[in-house]
Design a protein around this ligand. Structure first.
Ligand code: NDP
Ligand SMILES: O=C(O)C(=O)[C@@H](O)[C@H](O)C(=O)CO
Length: 277
């Protein structure tokens, strides 16, 4: 793919994935075309949506209107908790692909392990069969804890390309990142800005930002990139959409990385994957 000036990471099946993409959680469908169009004009090429967001049609409209070649886009969507199970998963995939107006997807993820229904292994087998069918270029999981990851690998022998998890300076996920490195799974950070709240006003982040003459959001995104994470910040504000992409022209020093490294509080802004779904 030609991802412009956005660097890519090579997934475990050789597919190139942009290291920075655009998230659309909580963007109403009727506002999604405008937001994604703005992102594509700014230079983003990866879009992260989900069936549960209800905005796959809005993403489709923006992709269609953009004129960007399909092979230069990287589109991710996710299978929701009530679609676990082999047949339901295959059906959910077809529905998402149709709503996105695509004939193939770049990355399909199991959104949550939903351990109470205990069907994520069967669901994972369905995604592996979709991969073999050629209508998706890579498959992965989201919100999988170490035990969930180890189990699907042990029971199916197929390692997900990506695990998309909540990750930001207040929730640094060291254990999971180590396991990903051991297995060859790419770590993708959701809510990379911790939803834009307190973290961006944190004095430690503010001081690093001041030293680099950058914004707190840019410093946090840079911290992720230097840790090796893929990031998918969301914004519906055109200036922020551009700001969040402008993170490839500077680098944090070891002291900056260490300072941000002290901020871990194990703080989740979203549900606990062991007890959700
Ligand atoms: N797999 C999963 O379970 C989950 C996946 N995700 C994915 O991750 C993406 C990102 O996570 P999300 O929860 O949206 O949170 P983010 O951490 O991306 O933060 C988004 C919030 O930060 C604000 N913001 C964005 N950029 C800036 C900036 N430069 N300066 C100040 N504020 C800023 C936005 O405001 P505004 O829009 O008003 O500009 C918005 O309120 C989602 O959109 C979704 O695609 C998210 C949650 C769970
Ligand atoms: O945004 C997502 O992708 C999510 O899965 C979460 O928002 C999750 O659905 C949630 O926060 C439910 O309260």
């Amino acid at each position: 793919m030609n991802s412009g000036h956005i660097p890519t990471v090579e997934l475990n099946n050789g597919v190139a994935m942009p290291r920075l993409g655009f998230g659309v959680f909580q963007v109403p469908n009727e506002e999604t075309e405008a937001a994604v169009s703005e992102a594509l004009r700014a230079g983003y090429r990866a879009i992260d949506t989900a069936k549960a967001y209800g905005n796959e049609p809005g993403v489709a409209s923006a992709l269609r209107a953009s004129g960007v070649a399909r092979e230069d886009l990287f589109v991710t969507t996710k299978l929701w908790n009530n679609d676990h199970g082999h047949d339901r998963a295959l059906h959910a995939f077809d529905t998402s692909l149709r709503l996105l107006g695509l004939d193939y997807l770049d990355l399909y993820l199991i959104h949550w392990p939903a351990p109470s229904s205990d069907r994520y292994v069967e669901t994972w087998r369905a995604l592996v069969s979709l991969l073999a069918g050629g209508r998706v270029r890579a498959v992965g999981v989201s919100n999988f804890q170490p035990a969930h990851l180890r189990r699907i690998v042990a029971e199916t022998g197929t390692v997900p390309s990506v695990n998309q998890v909540e990750l930001h300076p207040y929730l640094q996920q060291a254990e999971l990142r180590e396991l990903h490195a051991e297995l060859g799974v790419v770590t993708e950070a959701w809510s990379p800005l911790a939803k834009g709240g307190e973290l961006l006003a944190d004095p430690v982040v503010g001081e690093v930002a001041r030293r680099h003459a950058r914004t707190p959001a840019q410093v946090v995104l840079r911290w992720h990139l230097q840790l090796g994470n893929v990031v998918i910040p969301k914004s519906v504000t055109p200036a922020r959409i551009r700001e969040n992409l402008d993170v490839f022209g500077f680098a944090l020093g070891e002291d900056d990385m260490a300072a941000i490294g002290t901020l871990d509080q194990g703080l989740r802004t979203g549900p606990d994957p062991d007890h959700f779904g």
